[in-house]
Ligand binder design. Structure first.
Ligand code: FAQ
Length: 314
């Protein structure tokens, strides 16, 4: 779409709240931005299975194990919907997965932190899924049909994830002194990395303005981060947990919590591949990809044979 008139009518469709579908004309840059964002999102879901997956074999009860297994499987499913949705834009699954395995693609910084205790599983459900829901509820209204529809289903599943996480947080916060200490320690370690999930401040976010113009995002990174903080401070206080931020202050006039500054050096360091777990995460994904090679080959062979027999029959 190079013609200015076409670009204008595309923008009019967006401004009228129309949904853009795979076969519609769209500016190259719109397509590229979506491929970037959706493939990073798919990678985040799949890499995001690793920190919690680490605890499946050590869950404290059968009930907790079943919930965690189901949650981690859900994340795999989210990755699949999102890879499929990205394929509708012409980016093959192979291509985007190769970018991840070669260390060229970004995925959410949050998954490069270690899960040191069972309490981390509770806090990931509460905070990380809580942050994901706030971001993804907005994306469920995004202008690109396959992305927004995937988000509707994903958000429903993430709501269950958050609930099971918060239930566990509340139980531990009301438990023995050791359990209380464990859960507070997990909140202390995950709070700031979770705030980083929303991305850089608006003035440092090169993509936001364009994504908002095209109706992919409808809120900025800082607006979403503020909603997250307001909601989760109330939830922390409800169960008697402290938020590790000395600068937290409720502003009566705005009705919002004011909070301290994120360590942006830490954020960019993690995004650039130097976080505590980046190398292990990529190593685990490469191994999983290698181990799944026979399945891909078998599926390709099956598809090839099906095609041949259909051709023979017609
Ligand atoms: N980590 O200009 P902006 C989940 C990069 S799913 C790494 O502000 P944008 C479910 C950004 O890509 C979590 N990189 O970018 C779950 C860009 O680099 P690029 C994932 C980050 O796109 C729960 C550069 O910085 N969710 O948790 C991060 O406008 C539990 C400049 O940034 C999504 O992916 C970061 N945190 O806004 C799974 C949602 N932040 O590409 C398992 C979809 C920024 O130009 C367990 N994505 N960067 O080289 C989005 O909403 C947006 O893409 C943002 C970034 C908000 C992530």
């Amino acid at each position: 779409m190079s013609d200015q008139g076409e670009q204008k009518s595309f923008q009019e469709r967006i401004d009228n709240g129309e949904t853009i579908e795979p076969k519609d004309d769209m500016p190259d840059r719109y397509r590229k931005q979506l491929i970037r964002m959706m493939s990073q999102h798919a990678h985040s879901e799949v890499v995001g299975m690793l920190p919690e997956g680490n605890w499946i074999t050590r869950a404290p009860s059968l009930r907790r194990k079943m919930i965690l297994l189901s949650k981690v499987q859900d994340e795999a499913g989210h990755g699949l919907y999102l890879y499929s949705a990205t394929e509708t834009l012409g980016a093959s699954r192979q291509e985007v997965i190769d970018q991840l395995l070669e260390g060229k693609a970004k995925y959410s910084s949050i998954f490069n932190y270690p899960t040191l205790s069972w309490a981390d599983v509770a806090v990931i459900g509460w905070l990380v899924d809580g942050a994901a829901i706030i971001n993804q509820t907005m994306l469920a209204r995004s202008s690109y049909g396959p992305y927004s529809r995937a988000m509707v289903r994903i958000c429903k599943e993430e709501s269950f994830h958050k609930k099971q996480g918060y239930e566990m947080v509340a139980k531990m916060a009301d438990g023995t002194p050791e359990q209380q200490e464990m859960i507070q320690d997990a909140v202390d370690r995950w709070w700031w990395p979770t705030l980083m999930m929303f991305g850089p401040h608006d003035e440092d976010s090169p993509n936001s303005a364009e994504l908002i113009k095209w109706g992919v995002k409808s809120k900025t990174n800082d607006e979403l981060r503020q909603s997250f903080v307001d909601r989760h401070i109330a939830e922390a206080h409800e169960v008697g947990l402290e938020i590790p931020d000395d600068e937290l202050e409720y502003n009566e006039e705005t009705g919002h919590w004011e909070f301290g500054e994120i360590d942006w050096d830490e954020f960019w360091n993690v995004v650039k591949g130097n976080g505590p777990m980046n190398k292990e995460r990529i190593k685990a994904r490469r191994e999983a990809h290698e181990n799944g090679k026979w399945v891909r080959e078998a599926a390709e062979e099956y598809a090839r044979k099906q095609k041949l027999s259909k051709e023979k029959a017609s």
